[in-house]
Design a protein around this ligand. Structure first.
Ligand SMILES: Cc1cc2nc3c(=O)[nH]c(=O)nc-3n(C[C@H](O)[C@H](O)[C@H](O)COP(=O)(O)OP(=O)(O)OC[C@H]3O[C@@H](n4cnc5c(N)ncnc54)[C@H](O)[C@@H]3O)c2cc1C
Length: 506
């Protein structure tokens, strides 16, 4: 069977990068078709219902929503800037890091953050000055690196981008070593490490600087929740004549003839054709679906990278309790049992031991007054932490009840930690408990190894990203790995690919 209607662009996957480029091309008047395997659009940003509650699969807060910033630019280009609004998380402490019971509030404003931390760590005033000064310089230089580099950019790079060049191969831990910061202060400054899911000893310092400065300019939550945000973008595509977003359409084969993609076959046997193919599917998987024999060895090496780790996620629907009375609010809480974040990650991800994990806790029903996630009197608490992949995958494949028992044991352990440290008697108020592992990420979002942020955000993978163009001239990649992760990062990747394809800024 063949679907003969000729589309201009076929987008494989409806993650935020795929939807962004699809929506911009549709706006330009192209005939666009999006094929999504899942029953909901949005990839990791999709929302699923469970009883009377709804949960966004993985996204909790975003940056880049201000005027002229990435997400703001996309919404403006699509005419959605008034429809999709964002609320800011508490600027006095949008992220709150709790280390062995001590709470540190991360405010907007790097200078304010420095001054606050200097009060808490007076002996480290110099280290803090040096750290924040370096962070600001690196973030400033990164923001001014042009997408298309001219000869003059290369010639002036040693002066204009001196801090970026000096630290391009450094981890956050390397920089800590250079600055001589205490273990406790190191942990506080890496408190948002879950936003890249790597410990200081492995994460690229440049990535850390970009992330910290991204949220520093504003941490946001969509006023009407993530489902509304995703649905509005999808709506701009389906409203265009001849454009479609098709769900439950898993791509099983990308067919190649004479060095070009000739069509894409979905699980129902239908061949979908277009002039251009944009894969929002992981780059390695895209190669597998296309057939490795269609790519030169050099390219196969280019896409072969270490993945970021997976996540253990708990979606809790509460009733008859106001989490505001327990230290939660319009902010996220990062719990660490002690200050050695490198050791905590190693134990969880390498040794598969979730007995004393770090925890990210977010309360979307306290970020906005808009209904939509919980019934009256109900609230949502989402918990996430890093975890291994293989043990969950293997158990799920070999013994589903043992897999469920492992999930249950980890969940109960985490509930013990929550009751002991934050919300005594929480279990009595739980109306819904849903648990996901890295195997769940793979099952529902088709993320290889359940990876959370595409390829691991190490120095090597930060200085060299997977390119959006491929050796097949009508096949393009656009996602967290061929581009950048996070909602702002993937939206930015969609905007960048649109510009590459059309030569037009949005
Ligand atoms: C635990 C966790 C917490 C996170 N928290 C945040 C946060 O708070 N803020 C933030 O900004 N970012 C967060 N992220 C990261 C962010 O969600 C991702 O970087 C981003 O959403 C990835 O978008 P993407 O476009 O790369 O595609 P993905 O979200 O990976 O989506 C790809 C899509 O392609 C589809 N697909 C795959 N294979 C096929 C196929 N064969 N056929 C058809 N369709 C296919 C999938 O079903 C999926 O819908 C988090 C991620 C995780 C895991």
């Amino acid at each position: 069977m063949s679907n003969m209607a000729e589309f201009d662009s076929l987008i494989l996957g409806s993650g935020m990068a795929g939807l962004s480029v699809a929506a911009l091309l549709a706006r330009d008047g192209e005939r666009v078709k999006v094929l999504e395997a899942h029953e909901y659009p949005g990839g990791y940003a999709h929302t699923f219902p469970m009883g009377k509650w709804s949960f966004c699969a993985q996204v909790h807060y975003v940056f880049g929503c201000g005027e002229g910033e990435t997400i703001g630019l996309l919404l403006e280009a699509l005419g959605l800037e008034k429809t999709v609004q964002f609320v800011r998380l508490d600027p006095e402490g949008f992220d709150q890091v709790v280390i062995a019971g001590e709470r540190y509030r991360i405010p907007n404003g790097l200078e304010k953050c420095r001054v606050r931390l200097t009060h808490r760590f007076p002996r480290e005033a110099k280290g803090l000055r040096d750290y924040f000064s370096l962070l600001a310089k690196v973030a400033g230089e990164l923001a001014s690196v042009p997408d298309k580099r001219q000869l003059s950019d290369w010639l002036t790079a040693p002066i204009r981008f001196s801090h970026v060049l000096r630290h391009r191969n450094h981890t956050l831990q390397d920089v800590y070593g250079q600055l001589g910061l205490s273990p406790r202060l190191q942990a506080v400054l890496a408190g948002q490490a879950g936003d890249y899911l790597l410990p200081p000893g492995r994460v690229a310092f440049l990535l850390h600087a970009a992330l910290v400065s991204g949220y520093d300019s504003g941490a946001y939550y969509p006023r009407k929740h993530f489902k509304y945000f995703v649905d509005q973008i999808v709506g701009t595509i389906t409203a265009r004549p001849g454009c479609e977003v098709l769900l439950n359409q898993r791509v099983e084969r990308i067919e190649v003839r004479e060095g070009r993609v000739a069509g894409v076959r979905t699980a129902d046997g239908v061949l979908h054709t277009a002039k251009r193919y944009i894969s929002n599917i992981d780059p390695g998987r895209t190669v597998e679906l296309t057939g490795r024999e269609n790519f030169p060895a050099r390219y196969l090496n280019h896409v072969k990278r270490e993945y970021s780790c997976g996540s253990f996620t708990m979606y809790l629907g509460t009733k008859d309790i106001d989490l505001r009375g327990y230290g939660f609010g319009s902010f996220n809480t990062w719990h660490y049992p002690h200050e050695d974040i490198n050791a905590i990650y190693e134990r969880q991800v390498v040794r598969n031991d979730l007995s004393d994990p770090w925890l990210f806790m977010s309360t979307p029903t306290l970020h906005t007054d808009e209904p939509g996630l919980a019934p009256p009197g109900g609230q949502v608490l989402c918990i996430a932490t890093s975890c291994a992949y293989e043990p969950f995958r293997d158990l799920r494949a070999s013994d589903v009840s043992a897999y469920r028992r492992l999930k249950h044991a980890n969940k109960e352990r985490i509930l013990d930690i929550l009751e002991a440290n934050y919300i005594p008697g929480l279990r009595k108020h739980l109306a819904i408990q849903v648990v996901g592992t890295s195997a769940t990420n793979e099952r529902y979002c088709l993320a290889p190894q359940g990876n959370a942020y595409g390829i691991a955000l190490t120095p090597e993978n930060t200085t060299s990203r997977i390119s959006m163009s491929t050796p097949l001239d009508n096949l393009w990649l656009c996602n967290a790995s061929a581009g950048w992760p996070s909602v702002a990062g993937t939206v930015g990747s969609g905007i960048k690919l649109h510009q590459l394809l059309t030569g037009k800024a949005i």
